[in-house]
Design a protein around this ligand. Sequence first.
Ligand SMILES: N[C@@H](CCC(=O)N[C@@H](CS)C(=O)NCC(=O)O)C(=O)O
Length: 209
Amino acid sequence: MPMYKAVGMPGSRLTRVTWMLEELGEPYEIVPCMPNDATISALNPSGKMPALIDCEFTLVDSAAIVSYLADRHAPETLTAPSGTRERALIESFVYFVQSEFEVPPWRKAQNRFVLPEALRRDVDDVVAYELGRAVGALEARLGGRAFAVGDRFTIADLMIGHAGAWVRGARLSIGSDAVNAYLDAILARPALARAREREAAAKAAQAAA
Ligand SMILES: N[C@@H](CCC(=O)N[C@@H](CS)C(=O)NCC(=O)O)C(=O)O
């Protein structure tokens, strides 16, 4: 049984990895670090987190990590077999999150505290516009269903849920009752609560060390 290491800052995109590991019930250890520090830079040349260490194998980029874990441990439930239409739809939502839905909160964060100060701009109007478009598309694509694809929770829901929580945490308005109701149900999953508890404990242990 492998012991994965989930490397990253608690509360960041790391939560996609810990949430996924909790959904799977796989044992793992959290290695807390800060963006661009020596720990993450040794694993990812960009200095960005999260990373997954699986014995001698290291993987970066949260969507790739989540997809790898699903293929390994839950290929017929949390994802679908490669080459099927169901799999294509799941990947379509995963790519949508990375290229559209998560961009507004990330753009806001970059211009508030991530970028060097001289590069920061007021992007509030662009963020609101892009978020409105993404939420409109998401509402239409969900079509009032409980899950993004099929009749079960998949990595598509995990990625949408994480980005939705991020939007809310960034004090941006989702502005859609249907998307809010979907997010409320996805974000109530016990595996996410466990992941957050584990991250909080790892952060506290690091602060105490
Ligand atoms: N596509 C990457 C993005 C990773 C990313 O941007 N992570 C943020 C934290 S959530 C980071 O490390 N930012 C540091 C920086 O931009 O310098 C993924 O999904 O893992």
